[in-house]
Design a binder for this molecule. Structure first.
Ligand code: HEC
Length: 254
């Protein structure tokens, strides 16, 4: 096969599956950061749990609304402060039971919680939806007595009546309220941190960097004690493969 034919075959092999995948997966955002692979995103968003813009906006409003608590003083955001990476920087958190009572555990971040297999330190909630129902009814956290009390309170607020109608096509229910909050939480993911970079590229990036060092300054230490005339091309090939992998293969959504 000639060089140009081989290049064409390579391009088709790499690009065709990408187009097919992107087309059959409108549910997966096209701009996921490094470290959040399309596959991870897909398995973390159950069918029906997609964060449509209207549902996520309703969830965000609920997440930040102190009126969800029994005495209008505590919201989810009290202990998961969005500006602080969704934590509160306190050893134990303070809800409606404060100052007498605090939570028994430290509040973990909500950022990337969508990727947890289960929720809470002990994994006792199987999903974000089930998790969201608990702090509202916890006497120390938000103090509501029952789901019916919460729904009745929310349904009295015209802004929520309208929003629930628009998103779910019915009056507020406790399940829908939790679903909206979970949808908002599924928009709160982050990646491309130094850790993600190290995990994804690690040695790859290092070899790319080495291959950019001017020839005169290169003095790679070979663990195999190979002469540098052998080692440098090896490093360069590895670097080239990294670039190809990063540019073409990594963002493939399947
Ligand atoms: C009074 C403070 C407080 C309030 C209010 C609160 N949380 Fe939490 N949250 C915590 C604490 C503490 C934990 C850990 C508890 C445990 O693991 O037993 C937690 C755990 C979580 C987790 C699990 C994260 C993980 O990594 O396991 C999520 C998600 C979460 N909260 C979301 C919410 C939502 C949504 C609301 C509002 C409906 C809310 N929280 C209200 C303190 C709070």
């Amino acid at each position: 096969m000639s060089r140009s034919r081989m290049a064409l075959a390579l391009a088709v092999a790499v690009l065709l599956p990408r187009l097919a995948c992107a087309a059959d997966d409108a549910r997966v955002p096209s701009d996921l950061p490094l470290g959040v692979s399309p596959v991870l995103y897909k398995i973390s968003v159950p069918p029906g749990g997609e964060p449509t813009p209207a549902k996520a906006a309703l969830g965000e409003k609920l997440f930040n609304d102190k009126r969800l608590s029994v005495n209008d003083t505590v919201s989810c955001a009290t202990c998961h402060v969005p500006e602080k990476g969704f934590v509160d920087h306190k050893p134990l958190s303070e809800g409606v039971g404060a100052p007498k009572q605090r939570t028994q555990r430290n509040s973990p971040t909500v950022l990337n919680a969508m990727f947890n297999a289960t929720q809470f330190w002990d994994g006792r909630a199987p999903s974000l939806e089930e998790q969201a129902k608990l702090p509202i009814l916890n006497p120390i956290e938000m103090g509501q007595k029952s789901p019916d009390d919460v729904v009745a309170k929310v349904a009295k607020l015209p802004e929520y009546r309208d929003a629930f109608q628009k998103v779910f096509g019915r009056a507020p229910t406790y399940d829908d309220l939790a679903a909206a909050i979970a949808a908002f939480e599924r928009t709160q993911y982050a990646g491309d941190s130094p850790f993600d970079q190290a995990l994804t590229f690690g040695a790859c990036r290092q070899s790319m960097r080495l291959s950019l060092v001017p020839r005169s300054r290169r003095n790679p230490v070979s663990p195999l004690r190979l002469p540098s005339s052998t080692v440098i091309p090896l490093i360069q090939t590895a670097g080239l493969r990294c670039i190809l992998w990063e540019r073409l293969v990594y963002p493939t959504p399947c």
